[in-house]
Each structure stands twice: as C-alpha cells, then as structure tokens.
Design a protein around this ligand. Sequence first.
Ligand code: GDP
Ligand code: MG
Length: 597
Amino acid sequence: TDPSVIRNFCIIAHIDHGKSTLADRMLQVTGVVDDRSMRAQYLDRMDIERERGITIKSQAVRLPFASADGTDYVLNLIDTPGHVDFTYEVSRSLAACEGCILLVDAAQGIEAQTLANLYLALENDLTIIPVLNKIDLPAAQPEKYAAELAHIIGCDPGDVLRVSAKTGVGVSELLEEVVRQVPAPTGRAEGPARALIFDSVYDAYRGVVTYVRVVDGHLSKRERILMLSTKATHEMLEVGVISPEPVPGDGLGVGEVGYLITGVKDVRQSKVGDTVTSVSKPATEMLGGYKDPRPMVFSGLYPLDGDDFSNLREALEKLQLNDAALVWEPETSAALGFGFRCGFLGLLHLEIVRERLEREFKLDLISTAPNVVYRVVMDDGSERIVTNPSEFPGGKIAEIHEPVVRSTILAPTEFVGAIMELCQTRRGTLLGMDYLSEDRVEIKYTLPLAEIVFDFFDQLKSRTRGYASLDYEPTGEQVSQLVKVDILLQGEAVDAFSAIVHTDKAYAYGVDMTKKLRELIPRQQFEVPIQAAVGARVIARENIRAIRKDVLAKCYGGDITRKRKLLEKQKEGKKRMKMVGRVEVPQEAFIAALSTD
Ligand code: GDP
Ligand code: MG
C-alpha cells in the first residue's frame, strides 16, 4: 500500500466513555463488518474484558475507507489498553500511530486517566482530534465540555467534534477528519526493515501473534526475522492484517500495521517495544523507547487448599505465556503454606491475574497484602532488593529507597480540600493545580507508590463521593524513613502479616493489626498474646484470653447422636485451621486480616 493513503490512529478514552462502541460503528461504517454479523464490542475478545468493560490487550484493525475526497484510504485503528498499570503498552501503541482521537463522554467530561494518556500522546507528537461522544444523551453538556477540552489541548471549542457512537451520528464525518488531519506515515522504503512491536498475544492454537507497525522497509512472507533486543531469529510463518479477522498476505511495507506469526510459544520472546528486522538485510539501530516490563507491586498467592499448589504453578505458567510482565517464584509461608510470590505492573494487573486464576483455572486463592519493591542500602554499601517484607534485612541499614509516582487527580472543585488532606496523610508533595473549568480541577501530587497500593483509590472515591478520578505513572524513587513491623502470635512472627511502613505509621499499623487479629482468632486453651514489634521493640499488644472449650456442655445430657455430630463438626472445623506455633488460626482469619478494607 502507498503510505500516502495510510492513516494510523488510536482512540484514547476513559472506561465507559464509548471507545468500544465507536470502534464498532467504524467497523460498520467502513463495511468491514456487515450489519448481520455485528455484535456489540466486536474487538474486545477476552471474556474478562467484556465483563469488566476494560480493554486489557490492544488490537489493531484495518479499515478501508472511501473518502468523500475520492480517494480510497487505509485506516488502521490501534486499540490502546486504557489503564494506568499498562502505561508502557499504551505508550508503544501510541508510538505506532500518527494521530489519536481523544474521546470524551459529553455527559461526564474528561477523566484523569484520559488526561494522562493524552499527555503521552502529546509526548509522542500525535495529532489530537478531540471528540465528544454520547451527544444523544439528554444529560449531555457538549458546550461545557467542548470548552474544557479546548482549554486542555489549546484549540477552538468549535473544533471539538460531536458524535454518538450509539446512533452513529457524526461517525463518518469523524473518519473524514482522521483522513484530513492525521499525517500519512513516512519511512525509508528501501532501507533495512524496522517494525515496532506494540502488542503480542498468546493464542493456544497459533502460538504468539505479534502486532507490528512497519516504520522502514518491508517485511516479506517466508523470510527470517531478527528481534533486535534479544538477537533471536525466527522463521516468519505468516504475516497479514486484521480486518476484522486475520487475513494472511505477502508482507507489510512502510506505515503498514499487521501481525506476524513465528511459531514462538511465549510472549517474552516477542516483546512489546522491541524492533523486528529481517535477517537478510538487518537494521542495526533499534526504534526508540524500548523497555523491559518491570513489576512494581508484589503479592503472595497461596492456594486455599494446599493440594492445589501444583495446579497453581501450572496455571501461572500458562498465564505467563500471555503476560510478559507477570513474574513469580515459589515461596513458603509459616502461616499460609506453599505458594508463590508474584510480581505485577500494578493493582489492576494483580486483580486481573487473580481473577483469571480463579475463574479460568478454578483455583481458590489467598493473596497477601500487596507491597512495592524496596532498595535497601546497607552500611557496608551493599544493596538488597526487597520484594517481600519478611525478607527485609536485619543489620545496619544506611538508607531505604521506595518507588514514587506522579499522580493526576481530576475532581469537582468542591473536593479540593478533602483530596489535599488525603494526599498529605499519604506523604504526598503537591506539584500543581489547574482549573480546567470553573467547577473542575486537576491536582498533581508526587506520592510514594506504597501509599497508593494501600487502599488510596477507595479512600479517594469515598472522600469525593465517587467523583474523583486518578492516574499515576512511576517517576523514580526516594529515600524514606521506613521500618518493618512484625506481628507475633505467642512470640512467633507471622510472616504473612509483616509490613514495611513509614516510621510515623508503624504504631497505627501495629495497633490496627493486633486489634483485628484479636477479633478474628478464636480463644484457645491458653492465653495468646498478639504483639506488633519493630525489631525487638514491642509497639502494640493485645491478648486473647484462654477458655476451656467444652462443646458437650451445651447438650444437657441425653441425646448421644447429637453429641457425636457436634464432635464431628468440631473436628471438621479443625481441618481448616492453620497452626502457628501452638496457636490454631482459622484460615478465614488470615484472609480477613489480609484483605484491606
Ligand atoms: P468503553 O469502555 O470506552 O469501551 O465504552 P463502551 O463502548 O463499552 O460504552 C460504555 C457504555 O456507554 C455502553 O453501555 C454503551 O452502550 C454506552 N454508549 C457508548 N456510546 C454511546 C453513545 O453515543 N450514546 C449513548 N447513549 N450511549 C453510549
Ligand atoms: Mg471497551
């Protein structure tokens, strides 16, 4: 295809603002899907995406478009994942485009996540086409939100397009604007091939399907390709475009977007951000912006039923084929038994993996409270990377580094006070504030990631009656005064409850946890002290008083079958107890204590 008729673009939108619906309409308007085979959210393939209404994996679809200007164009719509955890994948999808549709619900206005992705698009020098969706809604306020969008991107409110993805109003006009405004791709047709991998997806039947955008040269069917980051070479078994199903072809040229199949079985062999070139005429210079995915949040995953340990391992191995960012290793906990310490890009990533393990692999899991990665520098200059609080080093520590993020919060102005208060208690540093309109404000804070991981989002929602939205991106690390708090039952530390917290919060954490556990752990035959300690120093203490449990006393003599039943019941109950030293702790107590409320 002649690059001059190609337009590569994506849609940036907040969840529920109508991205999938708009993509559906574009498939219909361009005739790629006929009305009969149309189903809602055509491009959202994974069940979990559909149910949760989020896009996890981006897709790319080729739309032939006969413009009113008389030219037949090829539009490539590249779908970007919408969530904070996947910022890197978003940035690679954006790097594969020249333009982007900024889609905003005309009854809601722009949200923090959209704003953060818009900044990414601007960094990538994309042409931005602002669009208000859902103008058919009675609650739509197109004037108000057009002014807001105009303020943010610095255009005229009259340039903000208005569509209804639901009814289709304005969608053809929008495609005309894409053709008119988005620049055609440019690249060296004769040079060595260079293609950017912006997504790679594992498919049980075909192995890994890699989505690429060709920048220079041509990738042809049947040639051997080279991945520049790993230097691995692969035979190309198939190359083609998606429209809306895979259509194999002879190759891909400058500016084209499509997929490759090489027979590799694991997405880590086909990394997002990597550059593909051909073995016969290899490029030497990688396309910019390559990064290895780095887990930011760790949590222990344990099977509720110890017999499921090997099933959990198998399930994690399978998930990893499709998820280059997921890392894990076996770990043993005195309290929870055998499990795995897993690393995730963020909280949503954790939640998605957990949900898939439970749903697709039918596993019941306990997950320990998530923690971030700490870099601990010892007095002798050596360094430890701590991904598990129970592995926090003893000995003389010089300094502890923790990851920090730059967060963007959008909210109605009336909540500014409540939001600032929350951010202050979470060790935030105010970076700035911008009034988007007279009643909406954008607030920027630097915050330790650990503070966000710990129920920040829920707090933000409850303090703003659900009106605030949040986005954040990692910006590095800072030195902080942190300590490890241990929780001890009868003098024995329970590894699953150890936490690394700021010095100022150690006492509150200790009091909280010991209180919680006193309520959750049943009385035993002996007294059980519960303590919170920093090193050897006890900072909080609760006591579970001893009782003599005598279930038979309730039976007022007589009925022997009833007595037996009670005894059996008690025995059954014991099975789900874990022993911590001499103390019997019901599994439920662990689960309840570990779930943040
Ligand atoms: P996404 O999360 O951005 O992909 O949003 P969806 O496309 O899934 O849309 C979210 C909800 O908004 C769905 O219930 C859609 O039917 C609805 N929706 C999308 N576009 C429109 C529109 O133009 N008008 C109205 N009234 N509803 C819409
Ligand atoms: Mg969607």
